[in-house]
Design a protein around this ligand. Sequence first.
Ligand SMILES: Cc1cc2nc3c(=O)[nH]c(=O)nc-3n(C[C@H](O)[C@H](O)[C@H](O)COP(=O)(O)O)c2cc1C
Length: 131
Amino acid sequence: MIAVRYFSKSGNTRQIAGAVAEGAGVKAVSITDEPTLSQRADILFLGGAPYANIMAPELKAYAGKLTLELVGKVVLFTTSNWSRRTVLALKKQFREKGITVEEEYFYAHMMRIRSRLDAAKEFGRKFSTIK
Ligand SMILES: Cc1cc2nc3c(=O)[nH]c(=O)nc-3n(C[C@H](O)[C@H](O)[C@H](O)COP(=O)(O)O)c2cc1C
């Protein structure tokens, strides 16, 4: 199973999540609508943004609940003004738990969301092959 989950306050990450999900052939779901993964994901696309230099506590808590049993591999995406901190912090958080994280991640600048939608879709397609 492939899952796309995200946290978004003002919609930028939600739009990118939608494009990634389209590429992966699934639906993007906000972690506020589904606070825990309902079934195991072989590939979990997970995205968020930094606010005042840290990721949203909601996303950090969500990531904290994920286990090796629940996810095969995590693929990250983020939007921001400049910071890559959210993906870097998530990478660290997952790797400390032994959860595999794809090295490559998708980034879209907050002012260039629309022009990055095709690339986000392609990213979703590229990383949605279950091995
Ligand atoms: C209160 C607030 C604080 C922010 N702080 C940062 C920051 O520290 N670094 C950064 O690169 N972007 C920062 N941003 C920009 C957001 O990360 C960016 O707009 C992002 O795309 C928001 O995603 P969302 O629309 O999915 O909520 C901030 C935005 C807000 C509203």
